[in-house]
Ligand binder design. Structure first.
Ligand SMILES: [Zn+2]
Ligand SMILES: [Zn+2]
Length: 422
């Protein structure tokens, strides 16, 4: 027994042009582009959307792409893929590995663009089966947390209709053919923080004439380790990682400044605010204790919001995925400490569902140690690894997840209209 949306999705994706889609994926993988420089990728996506009958625009929020297909009464559904690559030297050894040294699609955004293009084309070709409006979004600069905000700030929803519901998906480690759904908080918030310690430089042989910022920075790093362990409730997931510390030029020179860069992961804004306040207090306290001539400069860098699925929207998408792929293919991994800026397209109020499609090649997955899915997922190459290489067999399923998710919002089921939840 399948719903009209699941049946229609299977129909519309029965004859996907697989070799063309795989070629498209391999081409994107060979030509990665950094955040806000996705010119070639954006042009390729726009070309496909235009050919499929979408009204398109490029250059939204820098390099963003939007494609609109109005198809009668019904909700407006936004489907989103991010497009940027990472400054990683690819080590996969794939025949279609990156041709740009030091740059790689190590997070699978090339696969996301392929899925989005395939889904947009299938939905356009089958437009007599559904009713409503589709807004296809190719988003720049997800990795820096800036792209979604830039598109909204550049008037995405002035130039195109504001969606009633948004859908997005991400490739993840795990056996091919599983779909991770969480009916609430699925991804954490993250914030980068920079601390600049001002000391007083001088000769290494005369410490009494200086204020050593290296020693002060070392105390700050050590004391920061107590923020999570001593100031945050044990039930609140939180991570504080000092990823970079930088000072000095030579062994016998006491430098005048030291810089500390750290990253926070939290699952609520309140915990993040509390951690940022603790970091400022500790930095100022240690600098005062050392006699620094000036207070430290604490600045907030890139940040990502929490990603919290609308429970009803996610339930509908997970239900259609169970019908299309089989009941045992959908699982709930709980919230992850990773982050996304997808939710900024929802402007803090629109309902959305964001899910994961697992993609580890079978030979790697079968060799991975561990008894359960989550443990084994940790021992295969993950997103951002120079060895990350989604299996090509996930091209078709990722098109089907988007097509069926969209149709769950756009296909009328019996007497009810196909209107989006909420
Ligand atoms: Zn990433
Ligand atoms: Zn990513």
């Amino acid at each position: 027994m399948t719903s009209p949306a699941a049946r229609t999705a299977l129909d519309l994706t029965a004859d996907l042009p697989m070799s063309a889609l795989e070629d498209f994926y391999r081409d994107l993988h060979r030509h990665p582009e950094l955040s806000f420089r996705e010119h070639r990728t954006a042009a390729k996506l726009t070309e496909r959307l235009t050919r499929a009958g979408y009204e398109t625009a490029e250059g939204i929020g820098g390099t963003g792409v939007a494609g609109l297909l109005r198809n009668g009464d019904g909700p407006t559904v936004l489907l989103r893929a991010d497009m940027d690559a990472l400054p990683v030297q690819e080590l996969t050894g794939l025949p279609y590995a990156s041709e740009t040294p030091g740059l790689m699609h190590a997070c699978g955004h090339d696969l996301h663009v392929t899925w989005l293009a395939g889904a947009a084309e299938a939905l356009a070709a089958g437009r007599d089966t559904w009713s409503g409006t589709l807004l296809i979004v190719g988003q720049p600069a997800e990795e820096t947390g800036e792209g979604a905000e830039a598109m909204v700030a550049d008037g995405l929803y002035d130039r195109f209709p504001r969606p009633d519901v948004l859908l997005g998906q991400h490739v993840a480690p795990g056996p091919v053919g599983r779909y991770a759904h969480v009916p609430g908080l699925i991804l954490s918030a993250t914030t980068d923080v920079d601390i600049l310690v001002h000391g007083r430089g001088g000769h290494g042989s005369r410490p009494e004439t200086t204020v050593d910022p290296v020693v002060t920075a070392a105390y700050i790093v050590t004391r920061l380790q107590t923020v999570v362990s001593r100031e945050i409730a044990p039930r609140e997931p939180a991570v504080l990682t000092v990823g970079r510390i930088e000072a000095g030029t030579a062994a016998n020179i006491i430098p005048s400044t030291a810089r500390i860069s750290l990253n926070l992961r939290t699952q609520s804004e309140a915990v993040r605010d509390r951690m940022v306040a603790a970091i400022s207090r500790i930095a100022e306290g240690e600098c005062r204790a050392a006699g620094c001539p000036r207070d430290p400069e604490v600045t907030l860098g890139n940040s990502f919001p929490v990603t919290v699925n609308d429970a009803e929207t996610d339930r509908r998408v997970a239900a259609v995925h169970r019908e299309v792929f089989g009941a045992d293919t959908v699982f709930d991994p709980g919230p992850a400490m990773g982050s996304e800026d997808f939710s900024r397209l929802a402007e803090g109020k629109l309902p959305y569902a964001f899910w994961f499609v697992t993609s580890t090649p079978p030979e790697l997955w079968d060799a991975a140690p561990g008894a359960d899915l989550l443990t084994r997922s940790e021992s295969v190459p993950s997103n951002h690894s120079p060895h990350f290489a989604p299996d090509l067999s996930t091209v078709a399923p990722g098109v089907r997840t988007l097509v069926s998710g969209a149709l769950a919002m756009l296909v009328s089921s019996g007497s009810a209209t196909g209107s989006a939840a909420v």
